[in-house]
Design a protein around this ligand. Structure first.
Ligand SMILES: Cc1cc2nc3c(=O)[nH]c(=O)nc-3n(C[C@H](O)[C@H](O)[C@H](O)COP(=O)(O)OP(=O)(O)OC[C@H]3O[C@@H](n4cnc5c(N)ncnc54)[C@H](O)[C@@H]3O)c2cc1C
Length: 432
């Protein structure tokens, strides 16, 4: 049984480990140089005799029972380890030999699988406002990633957005010596009062709040940054729909924005979804045969839920019954994830923060007033160039859809990662 796992975050590592423990031959692919995903950021120290970890390797297309991967600067010993582990039959020999004559580093280009587990996680969602495309504005996720490397970009910082993720980001920046001017949470904490069932099932999450007690005095709810010009940052008090009801100016050098997360679901464009997320059954099976999904691609609920889903996916893909402990952790975790989605749902009033010349798409410099009266995302892209740049709409697509009222088509792309055209052109032609 050959199982390929895409993603080496909490979900992917758990899936790979569980499947290998069940006797499957497992390859875990990740674009990063080390395992850990967003939460552990290279600090996972993953190792398992039954798992070949392909680092610096991007998965870009699922075609039947084949996963296409690229840019493999694998050290040669890792390539031979893959061959030794019996995976050489799964590699495309012709492409391997082509690689040796090209500028590309050696390594597999196609992996055949009996089962595929997608655990590609999520990326954070910023909301635009006047000045968000200028210097001194980054996503909360980027700030956190830099903080984990011991870097903070400025002295006076502001964190703005919605959801509990704002608190670890603010804490990390403060721990690095930054002056935390404010943490602005757009939603009202009273929304959590309606979520007693989820809270009771996840009491440990309340305990986690204690870790962030140092930043709680700086937390203001029903508030958000709605403009930044130089070091002058406009903070508004919001109503329930996030329309500003009053505002004031604070001084800050860096604004970190985080309005929740959007899943990276590009690899399976045709899988059934609910909202942005893959639908999975109780064994983490997607609607695509032999393809499973685990972690934040199925819903946003934190690293522990991602890990438990990974255990279930790994067991199920290897033909085993999922462990009862993981099933229970997923049941509880999903209650929390659903409550989180309700309590911190993005409200439409943010659309009133923009001026006509506010940038919506940073890659293609598309402003609010450039967005056309399109009826579909495709028409909107072709007529305004929004979502046509390097990020391919990952940052701006959802916001542009909300601003124009066109249906958001999820993250449906033919190719999951940006690939230079020359590299695509260099691929050998299909043999019929
Ligand atoms: C930027 C960011 C920072 C975060 N920081 C924290 C934090 O500090 N604390 C916290 O509690 N939660 C944090 N989160 C939330 C956190 O992501 C989750 O709780 C948890 O890591 C989810 O686990 P996962 O396995 O589903 O996905 P992830 O941990 O995101 O792992 C997904 C992995 O898939 C890889 N990948 C994606 N697409 C491809 C592809 N096409 N080919 C190959 N590899 C691919 C990625 O490189 C990544 O390593 C953060 C989220 C983001 C987006």
């Amino acid at each position: 049984m050959r199982i390929v796992v895409v993603g080496a975050g909490p979900a992917g590592m758990a899936a790979a480990r569980t499947a290998a423990d069940a006797g499957a031959s497992v390859v875990m692919v990740d674009s990063e140089p080390e395992a850990g995903g967003q939460y552990l950021r290279g600090r996972a120290r993953f190792g398992h005799a039954g798992v070949t970890h392909l680092k610096n390797t991007e998965a870009w297309l699922v075609e039947g029972d084949v996963l296409h991967v690229r840019r493999t600067d694998l050290p040669r010993d890792e390539t031979s380890r893959l061959a030794d582990s019996g995976w050489d039959g799964a590699l495309d020999r012709e492409r391997l030999s082509q690689d040796e004559t090209s500028r590309l580093a050696p390594g597999p280009r196609r992996l055949r699988f009996d089962a595929l587990i997608i655990a590609t996680g999520a990326y954070d969602r910023p909301l635009p406002f006047p000045g968000w495309d200028g210097p001194g504005v980054i996503t909360a996720g980027a700030a956190q990633a830099l903080a984990k490397q011991g870097v903070t970009l400025a002295e006076r910082v502001v964190v703005t957005g919605t959801g509990p993720f704002l608190l670890p980001v603010a804490t990390a920046l403060q721990d690095l010596g930054a002056t935390l001017v404010g943490v602005y949470e757009a939603s009202s904490p009273t929304r959590w009062l309606r979520e007693a069932r989820a809270i009771t099932a996840n009491r440990h999450k309340i305990g986690e709040l204690a870790r962030y007690r140092k930043v709680l005095p700086r937390l203001e709810t029903r508030s958000a940054v709605i403009a930044k010009h130089g070091d002058r940052v406009t903070v508004a008090k919001l109503d329930g729909q996030w329309r500003p009801v009053s505002h004031r100016t604070v001084q800050a050098d860096l604004v970190c924005i985080g309005y929740g997360f959007l899943p990276r679901t590009d690899l399976l464009p045709d899988a059934r979804r609910t909202g942005d997320f893959y639908d999975v059954d109780e064994r983490q099976r997607t609607s695509v045969e032999n393809v499973y999904a685990a972690g934040e691609v199925t819903g946003i609920g934190g690293a522990d839920l991602a890990e438990a889903e990974g255990v279930i996916a790994g067991a199920a893909a290897a033909g085993q019954d999922p462990p009862a402990k993981a099933v229970e952790a997923v049941r509880r975790g999903r209650l929390f994830a659903q409550a989180l989605a309700r309590a911190h749902a993005v409200q439409p009033g943010w659309q009133t923060w923009l001026d006509p010349d506010t940038t919506v798409c940073r890659c293609e410099k598309v402003r609010l007033e450039d967005l056309t009266d399109a009826v579909s995302m495709r028409e909107l892209k072709l007529s305004s160039r929004v979502a046509m740049g390097r990020c391919q709409g990952r940052i701006c697509g959802r916001n542009a859809a909300d601003l124009t009222g066109v249906p958001f088509d999820g993250q449906r792309r033919v190719i999951a990662v940006p690939i230079p055209l020359g590299e695509l052109a260099a691929l050998p032609e299909e043999k019929s």
